[in-house]
Ligand binder design. Structure first.
Ligand SMILES: *Cc1c(COP(=O)(O)O)cnc(C)c1O
Length: 452
């Protein structure tokens, strides 16, 4: 019998997160206060975040202890298995070795609980009673609902209206874990009412839902806001993924030449790649880190590297990042988790410094890759994850051409059990590449304020 799963014993689970801010070749630019445009002070952020997370956001300590209570919850599904994709390798006829890290085994079905649990813990410690957040397709909302339930916190989720109606089962899941879920834009916040006054039938967007959730937290002293990606502390919490992979590769005496992840706000990609990028910076390891995006929302490959807001109402601090502009409305694609205008400042800086490469694919090829994976390895991936699979397959086929036995690692960021409508559409031939929105991107970037 072949050994397909590399299982790290629970007692060997990493006890610290890795903070790449200690090792970045170019330090990050500070976030800016949205009204003064001066570097944001901890006080600017303390209305919506606990001090412990604000400290992690700016920390340059290389290793940060994972609290015992967080480790205890992690251990319900962590360490997650590292799989060798023998069947996929065989089907492709490649000499390359393909591994995937299975983050779909968490209760919410993705990597997102790795940070949701940590954020809920630190907010509970700070005496907070309720967390507010936004969600698109519901993956982040369900992860935070799960985490709040573990720590007995209330959870309010502003869910993009079109998804609220199209993805009712993610909403059910959030409600099972005790969250209150509202279709955004709502009439409960000023930012929501402003949008509705303009357009009663607005279908909502992630940028609008973030404005509502931030406004809710800023206006209630017992409530904080929680973001599922983009920010430095989120990238930090996700490094448990790559740190486990490093130990698992040691167990089989291998090491990846390529580390691949799909990229929305950057957190699952950061999680799997940052510990390997640490090796690259420190020991000159020749590992290549590839961030994969949809052609319809190519933030890293086509965005500007500049200061921009995280939301439509401009409530959030300005972050120095790759952005398609906070007003950019990506065309509707099925990988909802990758439809965000901004990118993690850490991933943006690493890309600018040549330590991360971006690649973008159209959704037809992405779904084809998802089916190849489901029909060889058996696991149905989330459409977001399928972007990483598409890239892994492409690299494996390049290896076939060049007859190189490279080692490829990708992050299986989540399963696709709540995305079956999308798969139905693909099987019915209804999924086509959407036109690449270069003109929209140009307009949106040109309208950004110049800040220096
Ligand atoms: C949310 C999500 C993503 C995209 O978010 P990142 O912060 O870029 O990781 C990717 N895959 C899955 C399964 C998700 O739920």
């Amino acid at each position: 019998m072949k050994e397909r799963k590399i299982i790290l014993p629970e007692k060997d689970m990493p006890r610290k997160w890795y903070n790449i801010q200690a090792d970045l070749p170019t330090p990050l630019q500070p976030p800016l206060n949205p009204s003064t445009k001066k570097p944001a002070s901890p006080d600017d952020l303390s209305a919506i975040f606990p001090i412990s997370l604000i400290e992690q956001e700016v920390s340059t300590e290389r290793w940060i202890d994972i609290p015992e209570e967080v480790l205890d919850i992690y251990s319900t599904w962590r360490p997650s298995p590292l799989h060798r994709a023998y069947n996929l390798e065989k089907a492709l006829g490649t000499p390359a070795k393909i591994y995937y890290k299975q983050e779909g085994v968490s209760p919410a079905g993705s990597h997102k609980p790795n940070t949701a649990v940590a954020q809920a813990y630190y907010n509970k410690q700070a005496g907070i009673k309720r967390l507010s957040t936004e969600t698109g397709a519901g993956q982040w909302g369900s992860s935070l609902a799960l985490a709040c339930n573990y720590f007995d916190l209330e959870c309010t989720v502003y869910m993009v209206k079109i998804s609220y109606h199209q993805k009712p089962y993610r909403r059910s899941l959030m409600e099972v874990w005790g969250a209150d879920v509202y279709a955004s834009p709502t009439d409960m916040t000023q930012s929501g009412r402003n949008v509705l006054a303009d357009n009663q039938d607005s279908l909502g967007s992630l940028g609008i839902a973030i404005s509502e959730a931030v406004e809710d937290a800023a206006g209630n002293s017992d409530t904080n806001y929680s973001l599922g990606s983009v920010l430095n502390h989120v990238m930090l919490h996700q490094t448990i993924i790559g740190l486990e992979c490093q130990k698992q590769f040691e167990m089989v005496n291998d090491y990846p030449d390529y580390v691949i992840g799909c990229c929305g706000g950057g957190s699952n990609f950061a999680g799997i790649s940052l510990p390997f990028i640490h090796d690259k910076i420190r020991d000159d390891k020749p590992v290549r880190a590839i961030a994969v995006e949809p052609e319809a929302c190519p933030t890293l490959s086509k965005g500007a590297f500049t200061y921009d807001y995280g939301d439509v109402a401009k409530y959030t601090p300005l972050l120095m990042m790759h952005t398609l502009g906070h007003d950019f409305m990506p065309p509707g694609i099925h990988a909802g988790g990758l439809r965000y205008h901004g990118m993690s400042p850490i991933i943006s800086q690493l890309c600018t410094d040549g330590l991360v490469e971006g690649r973008a694919y159209g959704q037809e090829g992405v779904f084809e890759a998802a089916l190849t994976f489901a029909r060889t390895e058996g696991i149905l991936p989330a459409p977001e994850t399928a972007h990483a699979i598409k890239c892994a397959i492409e690299v494996a086929l390049e290896c076939k051409e060049s007859r190189e036995e490279k080692t490829i690692l990708f992050n299986l960021s989540g399963h696709g059990h709540f995305d079956l409508t999308a798969y139905d559409d693909y099987l019915a031939g209804k999924i086509k590449d959407v036109d690449y929105p270069q003109e929209l991107i140009d307009q949106s970037i040109a309208s950004l304020e110049k800040i220096k």
